[in-house]
Design a protein around this ligand. Structure first.
Ligand SMILES: Cc1cc2nc3c(=O)[nH]c(=O)nc-3n(C[C@H](O)[C@H](O)[C@H](O)COP(=O)(O)OP(=O)(O)OC[C@H]3O[C@@H](n4cnc5c(N)ncnc54)[C@H](O)[C@@H]3O)c2cc1C
Length: 247
């Protein structure tokens, strides 16, 4: 089935992330030297220091820890929004070097079907349109002559935003808190919201204190959306509190 499903894997991160943050924080407020700091920073201190930073809004120490995610089953609609976040590094599967004539599904490329299209009972209709686009793509490749990237770079102009892609991204914790804040809000687009939520689930496993209150703005205060509010703050708060509690 060419319909792709979101997969988000936290493939790497700074070792002992919360110890690194706590050490950087303690350094700011302590006369001790670095060896003493590293030895003395007990696990109990780590939580205390990380929480203190958050309460003070002193966020530069959390820039020292980075997290790398591998993501697949995501549309180009979503990655276009993702890469607008500038304090990050990205490597994305190329439509220049990789042909969109998939060997897997009788030639049909992978794509994402929005839930609203499935809910409207238009899934088969949508897949039909993707098949048509595949035909046009294949025709273009044939017309231009299969010369690898020289051909694919132009044939891809006929492809839809729904085309599935794969991306590896690295962000530091400060940028992640910002990314999660703006992209888990119910006002964000559903696909990038799912991505941000999955990323948060992974982060809570390895840095539970740093990301312990991470979520949309309404989790820590009033909704900033004004007239455009979703009006579902209680539901959203409940969902993220459950997630933080590991439920
Ligand atoms: C619900 C929603 C709807 C959106 N709709 C649109 C839309 O219709 N059209 C559109 O074009 N975009 C849209 N965007 C994208 C949005 O405008 C931003 O480009 C995107 O969210 C990246 O976030 P950012 O700019 O806050 O920060 P990032 O790039 O993630 O950077 C993090 C922070 O660093 C600081 N920073 C980074 N770069 C600079 C800089 N050059 N100068 C000063 N400070 C900097 C800022 O404080 C910034 O918030 C939307 C985003 C959301 C969440």
């Amino acid at each position: 089935m060419p319909q792709a499903k979101l997969k988000v894997v936290l493939i790497a991160h700074t070792p002992q992330p919360e110890k690194v943050v706590a050490t950087a924080a303690k350094l700011c407020y302590s006369p001790a030297n670095i060896d003493d700091l590293r030895e003395k920073i007990a696990a109990s201190d780590q939580k205390k220091f990380v929480e203190k930073l958050a309460s003070l809004g002193h966020l530069s120490p959390i820039e020292h820890i980075s997290f790398t995610f591998a993501v697949e089953g995501i549309s180009r609609v979503c990655t276009h929004q993702l890469v607008r976040h500038r304090i990050a590094s990205y490597s994305q599967q190329s439509q220049r070097y990789v042909s969109e004539h998939s060997q897997k599904h009788g030639g049909l490329f992978d794509f994402i079907i929005p839930p609203s299209i499935e809910a409207a009972d238009k899934k088969e209709w949508f897949i039909d349109k993707m098949r048509q686009i595949q035909k046009w793509y294949d025709e273009l490749v044939e017309t231009l002559g299969d010369k690898g990237e020289e051909t694919f770079q132009d044939a891809r102009f006929i492809l839809p935003n729904a085309a599935e892609t794969k991306i590896i991204l690295t962000m530091n914790a400060r940028e992640l808190l910002h990314f999660i804040r703006v992209r888990t809000c119910l006002r964000a687009q559903w696909e990038i919201r799912e991505l941000a939520e999955e990323m948060l689930r992974g982060l809570l496993k390895v840095a539970p204190t740093v990301f312990g209150t991470s979520g949309p703005p309404c989790l820590s205060g009033p909704c900033p959306e004004g007239a455009m509010t979703c009006g579902k703050m209680e539901e959203v708060r409940h969902k993220f509190r459950q997630m933080h509690a590991g439920a």
